[in-house]
Ligand binder design. Structure first.
Ligand SMILES: Cc1cc2nc3c(=O)[nH]c(=O)nc-3n(C[C@H](O)[C@H](O)[C@H](O)COP(=O)(O)OP(=O)(O)OC[C@H]3O[C@@H](n4cnc5c(N)ncnc54)[C@H](O)[C@@H]3O)c2cc1C
Length: 410
């Protein structure tokens, strides 16, 4: 898909949502825009409008792109300067992500390190863990996956059964994780496991960092309806990691895991920029390809106006961040609203395609991009805490409604 294919519709978004941002954010925006123009070219051209865990064909190139971003100072920008970042604030991050997706730059494949486990280590890690793990994370030299979910522990995360026991200076791990994104591509896994025999629910869990390349770990990829095997089942059978690879206190992994989930829900706001682009692709297709676009007018207008609301919620979340305030349960609102909005857009994208376009297998076409929006958006109400769980959080914490059941991921 060429960049020009959606440029016009993207400009419409600009008119609809004029930006009022700080001088620092505007400066960063300009610098990054010029950098992207000069760098998202040549060997990286196949990544334009693509990339991410689903794009198996381009995965190695995607990692190269991550390394290039890092080497030029354009990865981990919110990380402190001493860890290779720019100490960027929320408004600068907004400008950065906006420019990134407007340029058609690929979905990130190192986000689990950059946005989840990296910030968690900065908060809860030892100086030794920070020195060991952050530099290769920043350089995208070591990829990470998240080992939380198990067959009987998804929304009810406290039901974790994977266990680890300390033998000398080594943790020995047995059990199973599932839906582990990028497990087959990862060097390390940050996992929540039960380290106190006989413990239940949130007590007795620990947050371990586990190397993936070892005989005690078997990764079985699961192919999704998108056609790619983004996630996998992970079996631990006497897998090992060093005793020092526990983050936070032994037995108190729940609070560390919740810190990571907080970062994950903040990360979801970054989907806004991707979503805005998906809408632009759809609008562009309707304007330029369909003979009579009127059948879709009402849904497109609704989508535009709701995107404005999503942006407003996102900006509110950013303001809370800037002020150092808690973003919970605002992040639940963002997650619920954003994933529902994108699922509806996916249905619209699929409708405008019609029967023939819906069957295309050529990944380089705009039709395939629209098809992907539909298929992938089905997962968004599920990962990072399902929409039902987000509704529970909003009901209890915002509306103070009584609740008979409560998902542990909350
Ligand atoms: C694309 C994708 C990538 C993922 N990547 C990862 C990953 O990298 N690492 C990882 O650890 N996990 C990952 N997951 C797993 C994800 O976190 C879980 O699927 C999610 O937490 C839901 O858990 P579950 O699938 O076990 O469903 P369940 O928890 O069994 O839920 C089934 C249904 O019941 C509903 N439900 C459950 N409890 C309640 C309640 N208390 N109140 C109301 N409704 C409820 C749910 O909303 C859902 O509709 C990924 C999932 C997807 C789809």
């Amino acid at each position: 898909m060429s960049e020009t294919g959606w440029r016009h519709a993207n400009d419409l978004l600009d008119d609809l949502f004029p930006l009022r941002e700080s001088a620092a954010a505007t400066a960063l925006r300009g610098e990054f825009r010029a950098w992207l123009k000069a760098n998202l070219t040549g060997r990286f051209t196949p990544l334009i409008g693509r990339g991410g865990a689903w794009d198996e064909e381009n995965f190695s190139l995607n990692v190269e792109w991550e390394r290039h971003l890092a080497a030029e100072g354009w990865a981990c920008i919110t990380w402190p300067k001493e860890f290779g970042g720019r100490s960027a604030g929320a408004a600068e991050l907004f400008a950065y992500r906006d420019e990134y997706f407007r340029a058609g730059a690929p979905e990130r494949v190192n986000f689990l390190a950059e946005d989840l486990v990296g910030p968690t280590l900065m908060k809860h890690g030892t100086p030794e863990q920070i020195d060991r793990f952050l530099p290769p994370m920043q350089r995208a030299e070591e990829m990470w996956c998240q080992g939380y979910s198990e067959p009987d522990a998804g929304s009810d995360l406290a039901n974790i059964r994977t266990r680890a026991r300390l033998q000398g200076d080594t943790w020995v791990i047995d059990g199973q994780k599932t839906w582990t994104s990028l497990a087959a591509r990862s060097d390390w896994c940050f996992a929540l496991v039960r380290t106190e025999q006989g413990s239940a629910r949130r007590a007795g869990l620990s947050y371990l960092l586990i190397p993936m390349d070892q005989p005690g770990i078997e990764v079985r990829p699961i192919r999704q309806m998108t056609g790619s095997a983004e996630f996998a089942e992970v079996f631990f059978d006497g897998a090992v990691t060093s005793a020092e690879n526990v983050v936070g206190a032994v037995g108190e992994g729940w609070s560390v895991a919740m810190a990571t989930l907080g970062f994950e829900r903040d990360w979801f706001m970054s989907r806004y920029f991707r979503f805005a682009r998906d809408l632009a692709v759809t609008v562009d297709y309707v304007r330029n390809t369909l003979g009579d676009p009127r059948a879709f007018e009402e849904r497109i207008v609704r989508s535009f106006t709701e995107l404005a609301a999503f942006r407003a919620i996102g900006l509110q979340t950013l303001a809370a961040h800037e002020a150092g305030e808690s973003t919970s349960p605002l992040t639940s609102l963002t997650k619920l609203f954003g994933s529902s909005w994108h699922r509806d857009l996916g249905e619209l994208s699929f409708s405008v395609l019609g029967a023939a376009g819906a069957q295309t297998h050529d990944q380089n076409t705009v039709e395939h991009a629209l098809q992907r929006t539909f298929l992938y958006s089905r997962a968004e109400p599920i990962f990072a805490g399902t929409n039902e769980i987000q509704r529970n959080i909003i009901a209890r914490r915002m509306l103070e409604l009584p609740s008979s059941t409560a998902g542990s991921r909350s």
